[in-house]
Ligand binder design. Sequence first.
Ligand code: SER
Length: 388
Amino acid sequence: MQTEHLARTFVEYFEERGHRRIPGSTLLPPPGDPVLFTTSGMHPLTPHLQGRPHPLGRRLVNVQRCLRTTDLEEVGDATHLTVFEMLGTWSLGDYEGPLSLDWAYGLLTEGLGIDPGLLHATAYAGDGRTGPDTASLRVWEDHGVPVELTVEDNWWSNGPVGPCGPDSEVFLWSGDGPPESTPTRDDRWVEVWNHVTMSHRRLDDGSLVPLPQRNVDTGLGLERLASLLQGEPSVFDCDVFDPWRRLVPALWPLEERPLRLVCDHLRSAVVVLGDGVRPASTGRGYVLRRLVRRVLTVLWRDDPSRGLGDLPDELFRHTLDHFRQDMSPAGVLQVLIEEERRFRRLLERGRQVLARPRFRGPLTEEDFHHLHDTHGLPRELVTTLRQE
Ligand code: SER
């Protein structure tokens, strides 16, 4: 099942159950949101989760692109991507968590044909402040799905303050043999769908207050589920990466893990550019710059003559079309080439500066500040150059 088909099946399933589709928004969160990028489908809905009525009603579904920099170091394993799509559903003070789990079970098994024996769930065990999530536990038990109870892993929050609550996660077995162990003990259990009962808000002083309404917020990783349904070993092998997997290795022979990083970061950079961000030394633009520089660092490790100017148009077009973005492939290429030039110049300058006697020994905090403020050399770059 192709990802487009999977997304459509998901949306239709929930439309049949009274949900209205909200158009996905860009990677840029709404004004007032403290994070740089949309990191989950619920982001654009934050005001509505806190009580403001949504024009489309109380049952919503969407497909939302997300970007997570917290997972950058994990990119290259089987399941993490920087930019990914999340299929989401919401009950804004309408139905409760158990019905959402019931539907999830129905969609995964009857709708998508997944063998129920390959499912595992987790649920909130409770702590001193809030009780265990017995309602979720009961749903899973009724369906015969094994459940593991945890405290930390099953309390969802979007940051130190804001809406939060207990969650119940659905895992799918990705191993070759029959399922064994539990999600916290065996990473062949891949988390695919998170159901949060958003019941509380955490305040600045750390205390929890009930929200004016209880919401259900669910998020399913599209590429993760697609790769499992397609019988592929990683998200990089699902259909959204088709042209990347074909064209990048033909250009630059790379080992599997660096290849995944290069494909992920370049594809993510295209989406970020398509949403209107431009490279900069702070904020969103710096995230974009870091993605491009991480790619170049990997490419130049083996061969400094490699350049982004060789990337075929088809890669950009495929990604921009997938996300329905207006930017031209030539425009993307132009920004990438300019960034590459800037990075080459910076590396040259960095090497010259670091060769000075003052910087030969161990570097102090003051040295790092000086290198950054006077020479424009970020700490990450200095560390890389000193390893050369
Ligand atoms: N907010 C939850 C998550 O990000 C479900 O959407 O996992």
